[in-house]
Ligand binder design. Structure first.
Ligand SMILES: *Cc1c(COP(=O)(O)O)cnc(C)c1O
Ligand code: SF4
Length: 396
């Protein structure tokens, strides 16, 4: 059975809508960036838009820019307005509506910044916002208040103050570079940031959050990989939501990062009619493992302004985990989390496998619904131990 929703093949979609592009242009990330689809005329010349999409594009201009790399654009099914790729990057009318529960800064990041651009919410690690630009823009972006540079706020990272804060804060042992997309910075600029962090003795662990391997795999050049390889331990968290995103180019780009010794995790956002089913998630996590990327987090979509059409119920996420755990490779199962609205941080959610619990035992159910009992430890009675000791002395 062939199901386009759970595409398990790795294939290239190039050159698709750009038949005039030469192979060397197509493989050049600068060409990809220059040729992004970022206005209504260009979009309509390639795709028949629904009236909801057309209105969405017109209304999105002062909230979060539209921009889609040719590589990613080719994954869109032109005949399906509900295509899971399309819903992620083409604005829709509903985006202009703000539900009462929605917020501009749903994770309360702005109130946890000791220095503009540096979010210090957990005791031992920080989120460092190093750019406000991405290769393409996700309509549900939790940082759309600053990302793309057209929204209500500007990202004004105070570089020197941020480095000085990190230098004098020894409890920070883990720095997560994010934005925007750090891999959109030049190799030189990125190396300047990473080498400065590496020079701080208490910073043990550096990681980069990036959707570039998915939106713009051409950016993962051998030169970039060679540079990153000098700063281990360095991890990268990619962001992929649907199996269709894992093309042969993406697989090869992830392979280059993995070959440079970079452990890869994937963060996925649970999105309505994009990936909120066990079937799609299972195909996604299996393809991720084939790309050497370990599913890390599955996020319940943040309460970002204009996201109600993309958010799905919490129970959909729990059902996904229920449908994966035990049924497939443990490495393939991400942790489902909700970022506590207003600044609570990531809170793990799990299906309930504990049926009953008291101080003597716990009654559990397994992935097939069978129940099992695990007794809590009972200390050996003193009298029994004394008798055993007696026995040992008579045998010696
Ligand atoms: C997600 C996040 C981190 C990293 O959290 P991990 O659970 O360690 O991946 C750090 N700081 C902030 C503000 C975050 O949102
Ligand atoms: S890549 Fe990340 S930061 Fe950029 S728009 Fe998408 S979710 Fe936001």
């Amino acid at each position: 059975m062939v199901d386009s929703n759970s595409d398990t093949n790795f294939r290239s979609h190039a050159p698709g809508h750009w038949p005039e592009a030469t192979a060397s242009q197509w493989n050049d990330y600068k060409w990809q960036l220059k040729n992004r689809v970022s206005n209504l005329a260009d979009l309509e010349s390639r795709l028949n838009l629904t009236s909801e999409e057309r209105a969405g594009v017109l209304l999105a201009g002062n909230k979060l820019a539209m921009s889609i790399t040719p590589h990613f654009f080719n994954l869109i099914d032109p005949d399906d307005p509900n295509c899971p790729i399309r819903r992620q990057v083409i604005p829709r009318l509903e985006e202009a509506w703000t539900a009462p529960e929605e917020m501009a800064d749903p994770c309360g990041e702005d109130s946890h910044m000791p220095v503009p651009g540096l979010v210090h919410r957990y005791p031992d690690r920080v989120l460092f916002l190093v750019t406000d630009r991405c290769a393409s823009y996700c309509r549900y972006c939790t940082r759309s208040r600053v990302v793309s540079g057209v929204g209500e706020q500007r990202l004004e990272t105070q570089w020197e103050a941020a480095f000085e804060y990190l230098e004098k804060t020894p409890q920070v042992r883990d720095v997560l570079l994010s934005g925007g997309d750090p891999l959109l910075l030049s190799d030189a600029k990125l190396e300047k940031i990473i080498s400065r962090l590496r020079a701080i003795p208490h910073i043990q662990f550096i990681r980069i959050g990036s959707r570039i391997p998915i939106f713009l795999p051409q950016r993962i050049t051998p030169e970039l990989c060679t540079m990153l390889n000098k700063y281990h331990p360095l991890f990268i968290s990619i962001h992929s939501n649907h199996p269709k995103e894992l093309t042969s180019e993406v697989r090869d780009a992830l392979g280059r990062l993995a070959d440079a010794g970079i452990p890869l995790g994937n963060q996925s956002v649970l999105l309505k009619d994009v990936n909120d089913s066990v079937e799609v998630q299972k195909a996604l996590v299996h393809k991720l493992l084939m790309c050497r990327a370990r599913p890390y987090y599955l996020y319940q979509c943040d309460l970002i302004t204009g996201s109600s059409h993309l958010r799905t119920s919490v129970s959909a996420g729990l059902e996904v985990i229920e449908g994966l755990r035990g049924h497939t490779t443990g490495y393939a199962v991400p942790q489902f989390v909700i970022d506590g609205p207003g600044g609570g941080g990531k809170i793990p959610l799990n299906p309930d496998y504990i049926v009953q619990r008291d101080h003597e035992r716990v009654v559990l159910r397994n992935y097939e619904g069978e129940t099992f009992e695990y007794p809590e430890p009972t200390p050996a009675p003193a009298a029994a131990l004394a008798a055993l000791k007696e026995q040992s002395s008579c045998c010696s």
